[in-house]
Design a protein around this ligand. Structure first.
Ligand SMILES: Nc1ncnc2c1ncn2[C@@H]1O[C@H](COP(=O)(O)OP(=O)(O)OP(=O)(O)O)[C@@H](O)[C@H]1O
Ligand SMILES: [Mg+2]
Length: 309
């Protein structure tokens, strides 16, 4: 099967230092493939090289060595751009324009006729949740979450096959994050391929089938997300309220640790390998209210620190 995105030994040096500029390696032989129709996460801590990789894919930077292809063609190919939608990390849009004007402008650039551009703009703004009453307001009055929605609309207006998003969740509130997640899932359901970057593992876990984890410019882990995170599971935490002392004591036998948070609200920490379901069943039978169940695991940092060794 042909990959939608392929990088081979992608390497980028930047000159750094004011008095004595020296080349510093920011990306070091990065190779990965993004399969068609999948959501692919480019993960890693701040400064890992995610944005640099994305800029190389978008042909905004030239690699020092190595190469990148989209749809089996060089990223500089004009035909490639027509088929890709892109939202940068910090979209400094022309902020005197309205949301509608900006998206129509990009629609025009992609070659749509005026009539189609107007119709498509209205449709994508609806899809990304930009309200009717906001569409004619200048973008400088928009909040970060609203701008992210306009950015997505701009990226989708020409019906791209591949959508590339640099930190699409950053700065969004929980509802905004959920909305962006839903849009990404819809794009996948429509058969599009999505590549996005994030430094938050939880975002990736809710969205990605495949990931590449970057650290200090190198790919330290690559593959299906479930394969990468499974060994990092360290048990789970079950928080419940309305628990009587007798039930709490009974569950205590299953738990590695029990903490009473406040009256009747407990946190039960379960050891690796101990499944939370039986514990939840006992608690539910005792009339307790489930507050949360969270897997305890190594952080993204731990996973790549392990991978570096
Ligand atoms: N134009 C540039 N000149 C010199 N160094 C640069 C340049 N652009 C990026 N860098 C350096 O490259 C490294 C990787 O930066 P990059 O923006 O790709 O990281 P990132 O993974 O996107 O991080 P973040 O999560 O903070 O967005 C950083 O150390 C950064 O300082
Ligand atoms: Mg970045």
């Amino acid at each position: 099967m042909q990959s939608v995105v392929r990088t081979e030994q992608l390497t980028k040096d930047f000159l750094t230092g004011f008095w004595k500029p020296r080349p510093g390696r920011v990306l070091d032989a990065v190779s990965f493939d993004v399969p068609r129709g999948e959501v692919f996460g480019l993960l890693g801590p701040n400064g890992a090289g995610k944005t640099t990789t994305i800029k190389l894919l978008m042909d905004l930077l030239r690699p020092t060595q190595g190469r990148a292809e989209i749809f089996g063609r060089p990223v500089s190919d004009a035909d490639v751009r027509q088929r890709v939608g892109f939202v940068p990390e910090q979209p400094y849009y022309y902020d005197h324009l309205s949301a509608e004007e900006l998206v129509q402008y990009f629609a025009g650039l992609s070659g749509l006729s005026r009539v189609d551009a107007v119709a498509r703009t209205a449709a994508v703004l609806t899809r990304t949740g930009v309200r009717d009453e906001d569409r004619r307001r200048p973008l400088r009055q928009f909040s970060k979450g609203m701008l992210q929605r306009v950015g997505l609309a701009q990226a989708l207006v020409h019906d791209p096959e591949l959508v590339v998003l640099d930190e699409p969740m950053s700065g969004l509130d929980p509802i905004g994050r959920r909305d962006v997640r839903q849009i990404i899932m819809q794009l996948r359901d429509e058969g599009r391929t999505v590549l996005f970057s994030s430094h938050i593992l939880a975002d990736a876990e809710l969205l990605c089938s495949h990931v590449a984890i970057l650290a200090r410019g190198q790919v330290v882990a690559l593959g299906k997300l479930t394969d990468l995170t499974a060994p990092a599971m360290h048990g789970s935490e079950v928080v419940v309220s309305n628990v009587n002392a007798e039930a709490a004591a009974r569950i205590g036998a299953h738990a590695a640790r029990v903490t009473e948070i406040a009256d009747g609200r407990y946190c039960f920490e379960l050891a690796p390998g101990e499944r939370p379901e039986p514990v939840i069943a006992i608690l539910a039978a005792a009339g307790a209210t489930l507050v949360s169940v969270s897997p305890v695991r190594a952080s993204l940092e731990d996973i790549f620190l392990e991978a570096i060794q």
